[in-house]
Design a protein around this ligand. Structure first.
Ligand code: HEC
Ligand code: HEC
Length: 391
C-alpha cells in the first residue's frame, strides 16, 4: 500500500488537472453573440475590383517574386521582404522601420492585409496596390525612383514573361503604368497572407455551436480575459470582427511627438496625402468598371479630431510580433495592457466620445487579458519556396 501511495497521488493530481482544465465560465447569449462576431476564421478570400490581377494565380506568382526582388530598390539591396519578413510575422521586430534612414513608424505585419480598406498607420492609401507603390518610390525606404520598376520588368526575361502571363501583354514603354502594375502584382500576392486558425477560433466555434465539452478546453485565464475584452474593458469597440479591428482610426493616447517640436499627425496628415495622390482610387489607374470602389475615398472628410489618430491594428498573431503601436513605443503585451489600465485622460482627445478611459485593472485581470491575447497566436505553416515564374 505504502508503495502505491506515490502512484495514487500522481493519479489524483492528473485527475484534478483534467477537471480543472474542463471548466467553462457562464456565457450569456449577448456574450456568445459578441464572441461570434470575431469569426469564423478564415474568412472567404476577397477580390479587389480596383486591381485586375487581384486573385489571379499569375498575378500572385509575379507578386511573390517582386516582393523578394532587391533590384527594385535604389541601391539594389532592399526588397519588401527586408522589412516584411515571413519569419517575423511579415514585420521586422524593430520599434521603427529601417530603410535608407530610420523611419518614424513601425513596420506593420502584413497578415490579413487583403481584408482592409485603409492602409498605412495613417490611412494614406485607399488600396493595397497604392500602398505597395509608396515604399518603391519613397527615398527613405526603397528609393527606387519612378523608372526602376519598369527597367527591372523590361530587363529581366523571367520577370517579363511573368508579367506577360499576369497582364496579357509584354512590358511596354509607359514607365508609370509598369510601376502601377508592379504594385498591383505585389498587392495580389500580399492578399494571400492569411493568418492561421488559433485556439481562440476553436473556442469561438464550439461556443457558437453550443459544444460545451469542446469549449471547456480553452484555458480559464483566457476565458476570463475574453470576458473582460468584450465586457468591462470594451476593447471590442474598436478591435471588432474576425480580424479584431474595425479597419478605422482611433486615438488611445499614445504620444505622437516624433522629436522635440515635430509631431506625427496620423490620420489628419494621411487624408491630405490620400487626396493628393495620383494613385488613389479616384485616379485613372482604378480598374473597377462599376465605380463602387471609389465610394469611401469620395466621401471621407478630414476633421480636426483626425489629428493623432492611427489605424486600429488587427490582433491576430499579435503576441508573436511587437514592439507595439505605430511608433513601437510599447515593448510587450504587458506594457500595452498597462497602458490601457493607466492611460491618463488628459492625453486623450476631448472632442468626440471618449472610447478609452483608464481601466484600473488588477494584476490578475491584466494577466488574464494578456492570456486571452496570446490565444490569438498560432504557428504559421512553413511556406514553400516560390515556384519558378516561367519554367
Ligand atoms: C524600410 C522598411 C520597409 C520596406 C523596404 C517596405 N516596407 Fe512596407 N511598411 C514599412 C513601414 C514602416 C510601414 C508603415 C508606413 C506608414 O504607416 O506610414 C509599412 C507599411 C506597409 C503596408 C501597409 C500595412 C498596413 O497595415 O496598412 C503595406 C501593404 C506594405 N508596407 C507593403 C510593402 C511592400 C509591397 C513593399 C515593397 C515594395 C514594402 N512594404 C517595403 C516598412 C517597409
Ligand atoms: C478607441 C478604440 C480602441 C479601443 C477601445 C482599444 N483599442 Fe487597442 N488600439 C487602438 C488603436 C488606434 C491602436 C494603435 C494606436 C497607435 O499605434 O498609436 C491600438 C493598439 C492596440 C494594440 C497594439 C497592436 C499593435 O500591433 O501594435 C493592442 C495589443 C491593443 N490595442 C489591445 C487592446 C485591448 C486589450 C483593449 C482593451 C483593453 C483595446 N486595445 C482597446 C484602438 C483601440
Amino acid at each position: 500500500m505504502i508503495r502505491l501511495l506515490p502512484l495514487l497521488a500522481s493519479l489524483l493530481v492528473a485527475w484534478a488537472g483534467s477537471v480543472l482544465a474542463q471548466q467553462l465560465l457562464d456565457w450569456s447569449p449577448e456574450e456568445v453573440r459578441a464572441i461570434g462576431q470575431h469569426g469564423p476564421w478564415p474568412p472567404p478570400p476577397v477580390r479587389d475590383l480596383s486591381n485586375k490581377v487581384s486573385g489571379t494565380p499569375a498575378g500572385i506568382a509575379l507578386g511573390e517574386h517582386l516582393f523578394n526582388e532587391a533590384r527594385l530598390s535604389g541601391d539594389g539591396r532592399m526588397s519588401c521582404a527586408t522589412c516584411h519578413q515571413a519569419g517575423r510575422e511579415w514585420s521586422d521586430g524593430l520599434a521603427r522601420g529601417r530603410g535608407a534612414v530610420e523611419l518614424d513608424r513601425r513596420t506593420p505585419s502584413l497578415w490579413n492585409i487583403g481584408y482592409l480598406h485603409w492602409f498605412g498607420w495613417d490611412g494614406a492609401g485607399d488600396s493595397l496596390w497604392a500602398q505597395s507603390l509608396r515604399p518603391l518610390l519613397d527615398p527613405r525606404e526603397m528609393n527606387g525612383g519612378p523608372m526602376r520598376a519598369a527597367e527591372v520588368l523590361r530587363g529581366d526575361a523571367t520577370l517579363a514573361c511573368g508579367y506577360e502571363r499576369a497582364f496579357g501583354r509584354r512590358p511596354g514603354t509607359d514607365d508609370e503604368q509598369l510601376l502601377v502594375d508592379t504594385a498591383k502584382a505585389l498587392a495580389a500576392f500580399q492578399a494571400t497572407l492569411v493568418s492561421p486558425r488559433t485556439s481562440f477560433d476553436d473556442f469561438r466555434d464550439a461556443l457558437v455551436a453550443g459544444d460545451r465539452e469542446h469549449a471547456s478546453r480553452y484555458p480559464l485565464a483566457a476565458q476570463r480575459g475574453l470576458k473582460l475584452f468584450i465586457g468591462e474593458a470594451s476593447c471590442n469597440l474598436c478591435h471588432i470582427g474576425p480580424r479584431f479591428t474595425n479597419g478605422e482610426f482611433g486615438d488611445i493616447g499614445i504620444p505622437f511627438f516624433v522629436r522635440p517640436g515635430e509631431v506625427d499627425s496620423g490620420r489628419h496628415g494621411g487624408l491630405g496625402r490620400l487626396a493628393a495622390s495620383p494613385f488613389n482610387l479616384l485616379g485613372k489607374y482604378n480598374d473597377d468598371p462599376t465605380g463602387n470602389t471609389t465610394r469611401r475615398t469620395r466621401h471621407v472628410q478630414r476633421q480636426h479630431s483626425n489629428f493623432g489618430e492611427f489605424r486600429v491594428p488587427g490582433l491576430r498573431q499579435v503576441g508573436r510580433g511587437g514592439p507595439y503601436m505605430h511608433n513601437g513605443s510599447l515593448a510587450t503585451l504587458n506594457d500595452v495592457v498597462r497602458h490601457y489600465s493607466e492611460v491618463s485622460p488628459d492625453r486623450l482627445h476631448s472632442d468626440g466620445i471618449a472610447l478609452v478611459r483608464p481601466l484600473g485593472l488588477t494584476t490578475e485581470q491584466s494577466a488574464d487579458l494578456v492570456a486571452f491575447l496570446r490565444t490569438l497566436d498560432a504557428e504559421p505553416p512553413i511556406r514553400p519556396a516560390p515556384s519558378s515564374l516561367c519554367p
